[in-house]
Design a protein. Structure first.
Length: 377
């Protein structure tokens, strides 16, 4: 909680704490409200960031409809990049003027999972999401969506949640590094551990799916089969590196086996979060194949397997949180790929909008349209 939270609402409205525009979720399943909020200056260990851009991710939609828990009212948005404008006491790693990428799941470094070298499972990564960080003009406390709250002109986060942006990466498109690209890259390189020459099937060609396809291409995979419900995604998928594109159908697994020598894909990556798609991804892999689930589904999405098939096929099914990444270590590697032209961030963006365009972007995601939508400030 920042120092200004808990103060009289009027005392926060000063020149040091100017109001900023934000897209606020007043309640679960309620329409977003574009309003001015009172954002305090950073407290000890915090930084204030002026956003350059924010990606609209399916996880934001999941927060808005209650699939993922989030205290409300809240400012959503967790995939962002911007410039530090102020730092709180004790912050020495960043200074005003520094360009940063927001890390929505900063690891604490001291919990059981961090001790195991698995910072993506940090028990305290979501601590920031549960504490009010700002107020509405009428005094209501606001919570930061996934601890980041980047659907606003500015935000205040822990200094650990702001990673220095490597040289040579445009600030606006760098927002995609904060979620889609780290997740997609990590799904291939860390979770599935794709090797050169292995075949990969990617289910769902949204922002994360496009990052998965690019990461598979960088890993030297082939063939790379993209699957989506929308024929309009084919061009995006092929530009990212897909060698084949399929419209999702009852015989999708059979089609993938045909494209992979009759055996099935070595690796399937599911980016949708639906039981039916997870099952199809599993069915599309060869004996001994690996299925990595990146998509976030609701608890009502139940997937069933028989004991016999688990034995017979010898396949592996695994979840993947934030690409199983350590963002501080992986971000410089991604920057190298960007500078070398192997990773194309701008090609993932299919629409640039203002804050008031977020509801329409949510509708487009529900309809399965487009790649990544970017809010540009």
């Amino acid at each position: 909680m920042t120092a200004a939270v808990g103060l009289d609402p009027e005392s926060a409205r000063t020149e040091e704490n100017p109001v900023v525009r934000a897209a606020v979720l007043p309640a679960v399943n309620a329409p977003l409200e574009l309003i001015e909020i009172d954002l305090p200056q950073p407290g000890p260990g915090q930084v204030r960031v002026r956003l350059a851009a924010a990606g609209v991710c399916h996880s934001d939609l999941s927060l808005s409809n209650g699939t993922l828990r989030q205290p409300v009212p809240a400012v959503l948005g967790h995939e962002g990049a911007g410039t530090v404008t102020a730092v709180g006491d004790g912050v020495t790693s960043l200074a005003p003027g520094d360009p940063v990428v927001l890390n929505w799941a900063p690891s604490c470094g001291s919990c059981h999972f961090c001790g195991l070298g698995e910072p993506w499972l940090c028990a305290n990564a979501m601590a920031g999401a549960g504490a009010p960080y700002a107020r509405t003009a009428d005094g209501r406390e606001l919570y930061p969506g996934l601890g980041s709250a980047v659907f606003a002109e500015e935000t205040v986060v822990s200094a650990h949640a702001a990673l220095p942006l490597p040289d040579g990466v445009p600030l606006t498109v760098a927002a995609l590094l904060g979620c889609a690209v780290l997740t997609g890259y990590g799904a291939i390189h860390h979770a599935a551990k794709v090797r050169e020459g292995e075949s990969v099937a990617v289910f769902g060609v949204g922002g994360v799916g496009l990052a998965v396809i690019q990461a598979a291409r960088i890993a030297g995979a082939g063939p790379i089969v993209a699957v989506d419900v929308s024929a309009g995604k084919e061009e995006l998928a092929r530009k990212a590196g897909a060698t084949d594109f399929l419209i999702s159908a009852p015989d999708t697994a059979k089609q993938i086996r045909k494209l992979t020598g009759g055996h099935g894909a070595d690796v399937a990556v599911e980016c949708v979060g639906r039981a039916e798609t997870i099952r199809t991804a599993w069915d599309s892999t060869r004996r001994g194949g690996r299925t990595t689930v990146v998509g976030i589904g609701g608890k009502e999405q139940q997937v069933s397997f028989s004991a016999l098939e688990l034995f017979h096929f010898g396949r592996t099914l695994s979840g993947c949180v934030y690409g199983n990444c350590d963002p501080a270590k992986d971000l410089p590697l991604l920057a190298e790929h960007i500078r070398a032209g192997r990773l194309d961030l701008a090609g993932m963006v299919t629409e640039r909008i203002a804050l008031d365009g977020i509801p329409a972007a949510f509708e487009a995601m529900l309809a399965g349209r487009g790649g990544r939508t970017l809010v540009v400030f």
